[in-house]
Design a protein around this ligand. Structure first.
Ligand SMILES: *Cc1c(COP(=O)(O)O)cnc(C)c1O
Length: 367
């Protein structure tokens, strides 16, 4: 049996007519940037997240960057970032000129260890970025309490958590502003790049919108030295077709996760935390840990099972972050995660038989 790590085919087959119609609608209208599709999607996504505002941008990276810019984060400032996240979170900070300061995760949640944030706060710290990694919310009450005490902004990097809930509330509405990616592989993905921010703060929403449109508040009037970062009409139209299906698609992922969680019994394998009432997980990826990870990866590949490592090299050991002078061993939990994680197949449309095959093969893995 051949099981890819991920596939868009079942999802897109299910909505093919809608996607075709969306494509036709945009071409017929012949209006491609800053039109009705983006406007409607922003309304619909804000309603979905439970925020007052949503502003479409070009990518998830831009979404984080533009929120930081809107908050006037700049050179000389520091921003707390989890040591275990996709590098985009830190790069967005670096693009503002500020310095990302890494805080270790809790190994079982993969998210930032809230008990270790305060020791990294200095007089230069301006904000904390909470990342809802893998589709599980960070501990937002604790993070918001620390931020309040030290007068810091809080951002959510929700790029992996479309539809996830924290204590009953959707992520994306739990901080000053949240950044979203619609990269095709995300739980809500466009057919190309896309992103947005959600917030209840009108000033942040207005400023992000202007910053992403050459710093313009109205045509040919420029109040900031902005950039070009907009969600185009085609992608917005596709996202509008997909959004009504998101909860169902997430539910299907949850069922696969439940099967994995109850079916995988191999003592060599560490399983992720299950969805719970307080942390409603949407399993953007299903990450297992194994001390013999590279052997497991090869064994699964030989058995036709696709896997991905999220992520094989932690940010502080990447060449891109040499300037931070963080040595190997200084962030041991992020390093441990990078050496042991393996994401196994997880996508809408995976059959029960395929899920069972993956479980069976993993259970038969031995060293
Ligand atoms: C995907 C991702 C991003 C970046 O999104 P892009 O749309 O690819 O720019 C940022 N943060 C996290 C945690 C991500 O997974």
């Amino acid at each position: 049996m051949n099981i890819p790590f991920a596939s868009f085919v079942p999802m897109h087959e299910e909505i093919r007519q809608g996607l075709d119609a969306a494509f036709k609608k945009v071409v017929d209208k012949s209006y491609f940037i800053q039109g009705e599709e983006c406007e409607k999607f922003e309304e619909e996504y804000a309603a979905y997240c439970g925020t007052k505002y949503c502003v479409g941008v070009a990518t998830g990276l831009d979404a984080i960057y533009l929120i930081l810019k809107a908050l006037d984060i700049k050179a000389g400032d520091e921003v707390i970032v989890p040591s275990n996240t996709y590098i985009a979170t830190a790069l967005a900070v670096s693009f503002t000129g500020a310095k990302p300061v890494f805080v270790e995760p809790v190994i079982d949640t993969y998210n930032i260890d809230v008990t270790r944030i305060e020791e990294k706060i200095t007089e230069k710290t301006k904000a904390i970025i909470a990342v809802h990694l893998q589709g599980r919310a960070a501990d937002m009450d604790a993070i918001n309490a620390i931020a309040k005490k030290h007068e810091l902004y809080v951002l959510e990097d929700a790029a992996q958590a479309h539809g996830a809930r924290y204590k009953g509330q959707r992520v994306g509405a739990l901080s000053d502003a949240a950044a979203w990616s619609f990269y095709p592989g995300k739980n809500l993905g466009a057919l190309g790049d896309g992103g947005c921010i959600t917030t209840n703060n009108k000033q942040i929403a207005d400023k992000v919108r202007a910053l992403g449109n050459y710093g313009s508040d109205y045509k040919y009037h420029h109040i900031y030295q902005g950039t070009n970062s907009r969600l185009d009409e085609m992608q917005a139209a596709f996202l509008r077709v997909k959004l009504p299906h998101l909860d169902k698609w997430n539910e299907a992922r949850r069922r696969i996760a439940e099967a994995y969680l109850s079916g995988i019994t191999n003592p060599l394998i560490n399983l992720p935390l299950a969805t719970s009432e307080e942390y409603e997980h949407i399993y953007h990826v299903f990450v297992i840990r194994c001390d013999r990870r590279d052997e497991l990866e090869k064994y699964l590949k030989d058995n036709g099972i696709g896997t991905v490592k999220h992520y094989p090299v932690p940010m502080h050991l990447q060449k891109a972050y040499e300037e931070l002078h963080i040595q190997e061993g200084e962030l041991p939990i992020a390093e441990e995660i990078s050496k042991t994680v393996l994401s196994i197949p997880m996508y809408y449309g995976m059959t029960e038989e395929e899920v069972e095959y993956v479980i069976d093969k993993i259970n038969k893995f031995e060293v």
